[in-house]
Design a protein around this ligand. Structure first.
Ligand code: AKB
Length: 327
C-alpha cells in the first residue's frame, strides 16, 4: 500500500551499515527521503545526531554476528547497504584491523543475506582494486587486479566473495568500484582521495592548504550526488541486467590536485596551495588516472550528472549559503 506521501507501508526495511561515514550519511539521508525515515535503519559504531533525529539509529559493530542478526530480525530487514569499512590510507597503518573489518564484516553480511533470504545487498568496492600493472588510462573492467594496499587487497577479496555468494547461494549482491568521493555534508576519513574534500573546505575557509598528494597525480573522482545516484540505480536495476557480480567500474571526473585548485580558484579566488606529498601520493600513484565504465552504462544506464566545475560551484554555493548540517 502507498500512502499519500508515496511511502510504501508494506515494504521490508533497509539497513545501512557504516551510516555515519562520508557516503553513509548522504546515502542514508537520500534513502530516507525516498522510503520514509522509519524504513531506513542507520547503524554504525559512531553515533550521528542528525541521522538519529531523522529515523532509527542502532549501534552496530558488523564484526559482531549476533548483534547483526538481532538488528536484522528486530527491524525486519529486506535490503542492506553494507558500507562499514576502513579506507586506504588508514588501512596502511592498521593492517589487520582493515583486513578483518573489510573482509569478515562483508562475510557476516553475506551469510545473513543467505540465511535470512535478504532480497538485495549493496557493497562498495573501489578503484583501489587496481595496482601499478593495470592500464592507467581508461582502465578496463577486466584487467590485472594486483593492488599495493591492504585496502585494495580486501576489496579484491570482497569482490570475489560477492561473486561466490551470488553463484553458490543466489545472493543478489551488487557492487560498484567507487572512485574518490567528494561531498560537503559529511566528513571523509582515512582515504587517500580525501585531500580533494580537504582542499575545498580549506579554500572556502580562506586558509592555506598543504596537499598530501603530488600536484600532478591524477585520480578518478566523483561528486557525492552522483555516488548516491549510482548506488540507488544499481540496486533498483532489473536483476537480469546485472551481468557483473564482482563489481562494476564506475567513472565520472578525473583530475590532479593542481587542476582542482585551478577550478576552485575560479569560483573562490583561492590560490594558497602548497604541495608536500606523503605516503598517500604513493598510494594514489598506484591507482588509475581514469576508468572505462561502459559496462555500467550498458547494463543499468549509468550516467553521471556533474563535471568538475559543476561540482565545485555547487559545493561553493551550498557552503557559503551555510547549508551544512551540524553533526
Ligand atoms: C580511498 O581513498 O581510500 C577511497 C577509495 C578510492 O576507495 N576514497
Amino acid at each position: 500500500m502507498r500512502t499519500g506521501t508515496g511511502i510504501n507501508t508494506e515494504q521490508k526495511n533497509i539497513l545501512v551499515t557504516g551510516a555515519s561515514g562520508q557516503l553513509g550519511y548522504e546515502l542514508t539521508s537520500r534513502l530516507r527521503q525516498r522510503h520514509g525515515g522509519d524504513h531506513v535503519i542507520a547503524t554504525d559504531i559512531r553515533e550521528n545526531h542528525s541521522l538519529a533525529d531523522s529515523g532509527p539509529f542502532e549501534y552496530l559493530d558488523v564484526l559482531d554476528r549476533k548483534q547483526l542478526e538481532d538488528i536484522i530480525e528486530k527491524h525486519d530487514i529486506g535490503e542492506i547497504y553494507h558500507l562499514a569499512a576502513i579506507l586506504s590510507a588508514r588501512g596502511e597503518r592498521e593492517i589487520e584491523a582493515t583486513w578483518k573489518l573489510n573482509t569478515d564484516g562483508l562475510l557476516n553480511v553475506l551469510n545473513q543475506a543467505r540465511i535470512k533470504e535478504i532480497k538485495r545487498i549493496f557493497w562498495p568496492s573501489s578503484i583501489a582494486v587496481f595496482g601499478p600493472d593495470a592500464p592507467r588510462e581508461q582502465t578496463p573492467q577486466n584487467t590485472p587486479l594486483n593492488p599495493n594496499t591492504v585496502y585494495g587487497i580486501s576489496k579484491v577479496a570482497g569482490e570475489q566473495w560477492c561473486a561466490y555468494y551470488h553463484r553458490r547461494f543466489g545472493v543478489d549482491v551488487r557492487s560498484v568500484r567507487y572512485p574518490g568521493l567528494i561531498g560537503y555534508k559529511s566528513e571523509p576519513g582515512g582515504g587517500t582521495t580525501d585531500y580533494a574534500v580537504d582542499m575545498l573546505r580549506t579554500a572556502i575557509n580562506g586558509q592555506t592548504f598543504v596537499c598530501p598528494v603530488g600536484r600532478n597525480t591524477r585520480l578518478p573522482m566523483m561528486y557525492m550526488e552522483d555516488a548516491v545516484k549510482a548506488s540507488i540505480a544499481i540496486m533498483e536495476a532489473d536483476p537480469n541486467h546485472i551481468r557483473i557480480r564482482t563489481s562494476y567500474n564506475l567513472a565520472s571526473i578525473s583530475f590532479a590536485p593542481h587542476e582542482l585548485a585551478r577550478v576552485i580558484q575560479q569560483y573562490t579566488g583561492f590560490r594558497n596551495v602548497d604541495y608536500a606529498p606523503d605516503e598517500r601520493d604513493a598510494i594514489a600513484a598506484s591507482w588509475p588516472d581514469s576508468i572505462d565504465d561502459h559496462e555500467a552504462q550498458r547494463d543499468w544506464g549509468w550516467n553521471p550528472d556533474y563535471d568538475i566545475k559543476e561540482m565545485v560551484q555547487t559545493i561553493h554555493q551550498a557552503v557559503t549559503a551555510a547549508d551544512v548540517p551540524d553533526k
